[in-house]
Design a protein around this ligand. Structure first.
Ligand code: PMP
Length: 360
């Protein structure tokens, strides 16, 4: 069996130990004689799996007791509508910070549900930097302030926490959740699709402070009503059971391997290797302001873009896949989530240096 180094932006690489355990348990989970896929979501086996997944996630992120953890469906794009439907009702207005493609998608979707103000935008820099808080114009009447903590396409990431006063901070953490320690108590709500650092696609994690429940607009579909989901322990409708199971295994795996502190250190080391390689050459280029660079998604361009196909082909031949940049920006993108081993980044850097020697 050969495993490649998979630099996909998501669905993405998962810890091999987790995949092996899932394979082993595929036909018979824990002596139940059933696959997790075959279990009733209301049976004792699955309710146990669900509780363990939530427990491991709570422990990793040190989620305070006044926050609910919901396992939902619809992905982060679904949440772009579900968040305003549930939260904007309090005042009818919300602030959004535009840091690139994904926050723009959130802004666009939210406009259907209330008055949306763009409180700050990275547009002037071509979204190569996070606008500093001094440039934000916050509306004290906003029901919440929305940010995207890591722009998966542009490769910019917050390395500081905005101060929104008493207005709840809402973050799309799809592409950096579990990659570093965070202080959940500073957020009103966090959402993330699982398919980068947490597990397979199909489950969206929502971590929401108790007092934000109960303000849903009347048009909110019941399956997307946070309060209903919280009251039913995410079982108002059938939850994505298998994805929750794998997310639980991933959380336990991280816990057994040093938790988020260790993840953060590992992710910093990988990102440094790659950015040092890019910055040390005139052949490769990353446009993002160094202070705002993502530790998860590293977009880069070759000086001579006519070499792109040759670069990708050579990488593929060496077992490195999914390096092609997002269609909106072109070039390359290396996503180096938690489960990407250091060896994968070392192999990429060695290949990049070799490619530069041959073509530079
Ligand atoms: N937000 C961010 C930051 C993302 O990276 C993505 C997916 N790449 C999305 C939202 C959309 O997620 P989904 O397609 O699962 O709805």
């Amino acid at each position: 069996m050969t495993r490649v180094f998979n630099f996909s932006a998501g669905p993405a690489v998962l810890p091999e130990a987790v995949l092996r355990q899932a394979a082993q348990e595929m036909l018979d989970w824990n002596g139940s004689g059933m696959s997790v896929m075959e279990m009733s979501h209301r049976g004792k086996e699955f309710t146990g799996i669900h509780a363990e997944a939530e427990g491991a996630l709570r422990e990793l992120l040190a989620i305070p007791g006044n926050y609910r953890v919901l396992f939902m469906q619809g992905g982060a794009i679904g949440e772009n509508a579900i968040v305003p439907m549930n939260l904007i009702g309090r005042t009818g207005r919300a602030d959004y910070v535009d840091t690139g493609e994904w926050s723009q998608r959130s802004i666009q979707e939210a406009r259907t549900y209330g008055t949306i103000q763009v409180a700050a935008s990275g547009k002037a820099s071509g979204h190569t930097a996070i606008p500093p808080q001094a440039q934000w114009t916050l509306d004290p009447q906003a029901a919440y302030v929305h940010i995207c903590s890591n722009e998966t396409i542009g490769g910019v990431q917050y390395h500081w926490l905005p101060d929104t006063g008493t207005v709840p901070l809402v973050a799309d953490m799809s592409s950096d959740i579990l990659s570093r320690r965070i202080d959940v108590s500073r957020y009103g709500l966090i959402y993330a699709g699982a398919q980068k650092n947490m597990g397979p696609s199909g489950v969206t994690v929502v971590i929401v402070r108790d007092d934000l429940l109960g303000h849903a607009l009347p048009i909110t579909p019941s399956a997307f009503n946070y309060q209903l989901q919280a009251e039913h322990d995410s079982m108002y409708n059938t939850p994505p059971t298998y994805s929750i199971y794998i997310a639980g295994l991933v959380c336990k795996h991280i816990r057994a391997n040093g938790g988020l502190e260790a993840m953060e250190e590992h992710n910093r080391a990988k990102a440094k290797l790659l950015y040092d390689c890019i910055d040390g050459s005139s052949f490769y280029r990353n446009p993002v302001a160094p202070a705002d660079r993502s530790l998860m998604n590293v977009p880069f361009k070759l000086k001579d873009e006519s070499l792109n196909d040759a670069f990708l082909k050579g990488a593929q031949e060496r077992g490195m896949v999914q390096l092609k940049g997002h269609r909106l920006v072109g070039g390359m993108r290396a996503s180096i989530y938690n489960a990407m081993p250091l060896e994968g980044v070392k192999a990429l850097v060695a290949y990049m240096q070799d490619f530069e020697r041959r073509h530079g």
